[in-house]
Design a protein around this ligand. Structure first.
Ligand SMILES: N[C@@H](CCC(=O)N[C@@H](CS)C(=O)NCC(=O)O)C(=O)O
Length: 84
């Protein structure tokens, strides 16, 4: 199973778009708020080279862009759940 973490800010509309899609499709992954926790912001900077959110980290690799994250979930989530 792939290791997933979503970095987000509660105030970010692009993050809300991704989170809304996740809720609608019963997708749950560990989430880290970069607004309330500077440690999470630094962590994201180290992993992906920038602090932009939303960012889905997949096995240590950063996937930025809300549309690309949603597409990734569409393409991979069912397969991942079946593997559990
Ligand atoms: N095109 C991006 C836009 C993301 C974006 O603009 N995020 C803002 C927050 S709403 C951000 O992370 N700004 C802080 C930064 O870039 O460090 C997407 O669709 O994900």
């Amino acid at each position: 199973m792939q290791d997933l973490t979503l970095y987000y800010m509660p105030t970010c509309p692009f993050c809300q778009k991704v989170i809304g899609y996740m809720k609608k499709n019963d997708i749950e992954v560990p989430m880290k708020d970069t607004l309330s926790d500077e440690k999470h912001r630094q962590e994201l900077l180290e992993i992906g080279g920038k602090t932009q959110v939303p960012c889905l980290v997949i096995d240590g690799k950063a996937l930025y862009e809300s549309d690309d994250i949603i597409t990734w979930f569409k393409d991979n989530w069912k397969r991942m759940k079946q593997a559990w």
